[in-house]
Design a binder for this molecule. Structure first.
Ligand code: A3P
Length: 291
């Protein structure tokens, strides 16, 4: 199922009526302190979302049990977000052009997280295979779904998604968009979390920042995820593909490292990727790190 040039992921509201849900999101009534975490899939969404929630609440309690309900394209009924207390931490993988129009007009904020696309590709590949959504080799996945400029991936190509946000951030005169990099967050979590707090106008002590970083480390988030007994949330939002295992649970905490692509890319694939990347991103100034 394709909408606006993008293959729709198996999320029930999108499979039922993608245009309706996309339009509802674009027309969402916003509040002045709304926050939208905007990411291409597998760029660290769950991680940064948890950090954002902790900063807003000023605590180090996990919010993850309910998080899927703020995932705009997946929640069964978008009305749920109308009743959330402010500031509302929302989340979406929709491209920039489909974000709520009112958001920045009303003073809301966008956090855009970018991860190097080679690691995104590896992470997405495992996600889709583990989920039973496809059964192809990594090379096939790259050649037919991810690397090519006009791919069959959910929400379109990584290049287009990121370039659209880069343009939006350049045009952003009011400091409404914060661009973060997965790799910087991984290497300098304290500084990056402070930057995030400043962007959100949150007063956070050094101690709170340190505690949040610790609570949101890969290991701690992974362990916390295991303790969630009720996986029914996923069942409600995923429209299982025919060969998808009903009990499959996407592993959102697989390795959590920089550079796992080196274990998956052959030299030839890497050369091919670098060529396409150089062409697609030739006008981009984004400092994307692959190492
Ligand atoms: P890997 O598959 O490479 O391990 P998303 O939340 O957007 O789906 O992204 C998932 C990716 O972020 C996974 O990548 C996951 O392991 C990684 N991740 C989650 N929490 C992390 C953390 N605290 N530190 C580093 N990476 C993390």
């Amino acid at each position: 199922l394709v909408f606006d040039g993008m293959n729709m992921p198996p999320l029930r509201p999108l499979r039922e009526n993608a245009e309706k849900r996309f339009t509802e999101i674009r027309d969402l009534e916003c509040m002045k302190d709304d926050i939208i975490l905007a990411t291409y899939s597998k760029s660290g969404t769950h991680w940064i979302w948890e950090v954002v929630c902790m900063l807003i609440k000023g605590t180090t309690e996990y919010t993850k049990e309910t998080k899927e309900f703020f995932f705009l394209e997946a929640i069964p009924d978008l009305d749920v977000v109308h009743n959330l207390p402010s500031p509302r931490p929302l989340n979406t993988h929709l491209p920039y052009r489909w974000l709520p129009k009112q958001l920045t007009e009303k003073g809301g904020k966008i956090i855009h997280v970018i991860r190097n696309p080679k690691d995104v590709a590896v992470s997405l590949y495992h996600h889709l295979v583990d989920f039973g959504a496809m059964n192809i080799s990594f090379n096939q996945f790259m050649e037919t779904m991810f690397m090519i400029p006009n791919p069959a991936c959910a929400m379109g190509s990584w290049y287009d998604y990121v370039k659209e946000f880069e343009q939006a951030a350049e045009n952003d005169k009011h400091g409404a968009i914060l661009t973060m990099f997965y790799e910087s967050m991984k290497k300098n979590p304290i500084d990056e979390t402070k930057r995030l707090a400043k962007f959100l106008n949150v007063e956070a002590s050094d101690k709170l920042i340190e505690d949040i970083v610790e609570k949101c480390s890969f290991e701690n988030l992974k362990n916390a995820d295991k303790t969630i007994k009720d996986q029914s949330i996923m069942k409600k939002i995923i429209d299982f593909a025919p060969n998808m295992d009903e009990n499959a649970k996407p592993n959102m905490y697989r390795k959590g490292v920089i550079g796992d692509w080196k274990n998956h890319f052959t030299v030839a694939l890497n050369e091919q990727f670098d060529k396409i990347y150089a062409d697609e991103m030739k006008n981009s100034k984004l400092p994307i790190q692959f190492e």
